[in-house]
Design a protein around this ligand. Structure first.
Ligand code: C2E
Ligand code: MG
Ligand code: MG
Length: 687
């Protein structure tokens, strides 16, 4: 039954009860009123009549006694009249009583009164006659002998009648008060019952509404807390049932919407695999000690396939590869698509040999050719692996380590690489520097210092190497060793090198115009030599500045030649063709042999500081430097000894006919103006 109907029924019931109580009360009150009215009207009248009978009879009796003592006739006349009136009044009252005012029990008494009244009337007549005829004395005798006795009996009977009537009235009064008491009790009882029934009803109805409402509140609380499993109490037909059903519907639609949102947030729509966000959450949820391996896979040559065959084929290739990965990992392993052609596998095995075995199998499966739209496609992947917690204990670091390992795997074309084999991670402070580099370039925080290269034979400054500095607003002067390696890793070097070239070429051109005959050297990093725009950029700068090409030298490290030797060599030849000087930097620290250097179109070789330090006193270093000098002379390469600090080292280098020397022993790197001032000083001293 609906709550509305129940409430209506309850109120109706309560009202009914109240009406019943009121009706009973009214009925009782009516009864009591009728009774009291009857008491007032009927009984009081009877008592009054009985009293009248008595009083008038007594008055008549007194009148007779007075008559008996009144000797003179004229005095007796008024007495007769009074006595007649008394008797007549008494008789009237008796008649009135007799006219239905008497209860059946009182009739015998009334009959006795009537009988005595009649006998008294006869005797009274006789007495009066004797008074008038025989005189009062004879009449008195007669009165005492006969009339007086009857009169006494009459008065006695009248009194008895009155007493009876009085007693009856008393009884009626008592009965009335008893009836009033009864009525009060009944009304009280009924009111009590109504109250109890009302309370019971209120409790039952309240319970019937509050209990399911509480269930609704609990259900709503569960929904708010994200628990969609709590059962919806069924089968109620009332409004709360409706509310509960609506809550159930609401819960189901919230749950399905939430599931959809979760799917959109956590699932890669192309492959149906967990996406990067989902993977990161799983990684973040890993207990610190849990052993896992995170592998990031990069599909090789995906971009050319995508370009050549169209995005539709590219998409199908990715979803096919995703499915392949999913099919070929263990039940406890997770496959996710990160973005583009990058997938990740979180292996539950975490020992290196176990992961290697799994990876070999997975890569073998992945390499099996697949056919899309009749096109046979051969795919391969590079994989970077980081182990949790050995390589990194948090999600972000684990991803970064695996990405760095992936870069290495791509570079070495060796299938997969482990993070543990990579160089150490940049320190957090360096990470923040990496983030600030772009701002630094825009904010003109980079500058070049120049370190002279001294021609030992002619004792003249033949050139200067431009060395970058970062004037950091917080950290002061930051040396290149602290940011160049990371600029190389992040690719930001592609912006730094053009800047350094522009600055150095501008300075060199200014010095050329000022008549300074020096070669300015700029350092190139590993990736610069693979940059297709480099040659064009350099030739444009030369053309714009008017700097003679032979006044610009580019310093290249051996490793720059190793990544993509073909391309690097081509660029090297093109640069040489522009008429620039090219220099091999840090010679001796890499793998390149002089035989190899010979094949390159370079003009200069810089022996690394490691061999120059203590060359005058360390026979091993002396031997290496001496043999290098000899060979370079043979090959027509000029040699720069880097990092000569002491006069003894410089003397040794001069004695061994080293062409050029660069080091603190000559001068430290200095700002352009200082460098010019230093040059002028030297010239003045020489002059
Ligand atoms: P590098 O090209 O071999 O430069 C020579 C480094 O040796 C410079 O360090 C220089 O200050 C330092 N040096 C010179 N003489 C001495 C000496 O007598 N004793 C000692 N202890 N050190 C000496 P710097 O300026 O810190 O540069 C370090 C490296 O950073 C450079 O090595 C170069 O590889 C790189 N670098 C510097 N500027 C640039 C740049 O503009 N672009 C690129 N790509 N790399 C740069
Ligand atoms: Mg250098
Ligand atoms: Mg060097």
């Amino acid at each position: 039954m609906s709550i509305r109907a129940r409430l209506a029924l309850a109120f109706a019931l309560l009202l009914g009860l109240m009406f019943a109580v009121a009706a009973v009360t009214l009925a009782r009150l009516d009864g009591l009123t009728a009774k009291s009215r009857e008491l007032v009207d009927h009984q009081a009248r009877r008592v009054r009549l009985a009293q009248q009978v008595n009083q008038q009879a007594q008055a008549a009796a007194i009148g007779l006694l007075k008559l008996l003592q009144t000797p003179r006739r004229e005095d007796r006349v008024p007495l007769y009249a009074a006595m007649d009136a008394n008797l007549a009044a008494s008789d009237r009252a008796v008649r009135e009583l007799g006219d239905g005012l008497l209860a059946p029990g009182e009739r015998p008494a009334m009959a006795r009164v009537a009988e005595m009244r009649q006998r008294y009337g006869e005797l009274f007549q006789t007495t009066v006659e004797m008074i008038e005829i025989d005189g009062t004395a004879a009449a008195r005798t007669h009165f005492e002998a006969r009339t007086g006795k009857v009169l006494n009996t009459l008065l006695f009977e009248i009194e008895a009648l009155e007493a009876g009537i009085q007693a009856r009235m008393q009884n009626e009064l008592e009965a009335l008060s008893a009836a009033t008491g009864d009525a009060r009790r009944i009304v009280l009882l009924l009111a009590g019952i109504a109250l109890a029934l009302g309370s019971l009803l209120a409790w039952a109805i309240g319970r019937g509404i509050v209990t399911p409402l509480r269930e609704a509140v609990t259900l709503a609380g569960a929904i708010a807390g994200g628990d969609y499993r709590a059962a919806v109490p069924c089968c109620r037909k009332d409004e709360v049932g409706e509310l509960l059903r609506s809550l159930g519907t609401m819960r189901d639609s919230i749950a399905s919407r939430e599931a959809r949102i979760l799917r959109l947030a956590y699932e890669d729509t192309l492959t149906g695999l967990p996406n990067r966000t989902r993977l990161m959450e799983r990684l973040e949820a890993l207990p610190r000690t849990a052993s896992r391996a995170l592998a990031i896979l990069d599909i090789q040559r995906f971009a050319p396939i995508n370009h050549a065959l169209g995005h539709a084929v590219g998409d199908r290739l990715l979803s096919e590869l995703g499915a392949r990965l999913q099919r070929n990992v263990g039940a406890d392993d997770t496959v996710a698509r990160l973005w583009g052609d990058k997938f990740a596998v979180l292996f539950s095995a975490a020992d290196r040999s176990g992961v290697e075995a799994k990876l070999n199998e997975l890569l073998a499966r992945l390499r099996q050719p697949l056919s899309i739209d009749g096109q046979r496609l051969d795919v391969d992947a590079s994989v970077g692996v980081a182990l949790h917690p050995a390589d990194a204990a948090d999600a972000v670091s684990l991803m970064r380590r695996a990405s760095l390992a992936l870069d290495a795997a791509k570079g070495c074309q060796c299938g997969y690489a482990f993070a543990a084999d990579m160089a150490a991670e940049p320190a957090p402070e360096q990470l923040s520097l990496i983030g600030e580099m772009r701002e630094a370039l825009a904010g003109d925080q980079f500058l070049l210092h120049y370190q002279p290269k001294l021609d030992l034979a002619g004792d003249r400054v033949a050139g200067a190497e431009a060395l970058i500095r970062w004037h950091h607003p917080r950290l002061g002067m930051v040396p290149p060793g602290r940011f160049i390696p990371f600029a190389e890793r992040t690719g930001f070097i592609r912006e730094i090198t053009p800047w350094a070239l522009r600055r150095a070429v501008a300075d060199a051109a200014a010095w050329q115009d000022a008549g300074l005959d020096i070669v300015v050297a700029v350092n190139l990093s590993t990736r610069d030599l693979l940059n297709r725009d480099l040659v064009a950029e350099v030739s444009r700068l030369l053309a714009e500045s008017g700097l003679a090409p032979h006044r610009l030298c580019l310093e290249i490290t051996e490793s720059a030649l190793m990544d993509d030797p073909e391309l690097a060599l081509r660029h090297l030849h093109e640069l040489a063709a522009l008429g620039l000087k090219l220099s091999i930097d840090d010679y001796g620290t890499g793998q390149a042999s002089l035989a190899y250097v010979k094949t390159l179109s370079v003009h200069e070789l810089k022996i690394d500081r490691a061999f120059v330090a203590g060359v005058d006193s360390a026979p091993r270093n002396a031997a290496i430097v001496r043999s290098t000098l000899l060979l370079c002379r043979e090959l027509g390469l000029s040699v720069v000894a880097e990092g000569a600090e002491t006069p003894a080292e410089i003397d040794w280098l001069r004695a061994n006919r080293c062409d050029l020397v660069q080091g603190y022993g000559i001068a430290r790197p200095m700002p352009p103006d200082d460098f010019v001032a230093w040059m002028e000083d030297r010239q003045r001293v020489a002059a």
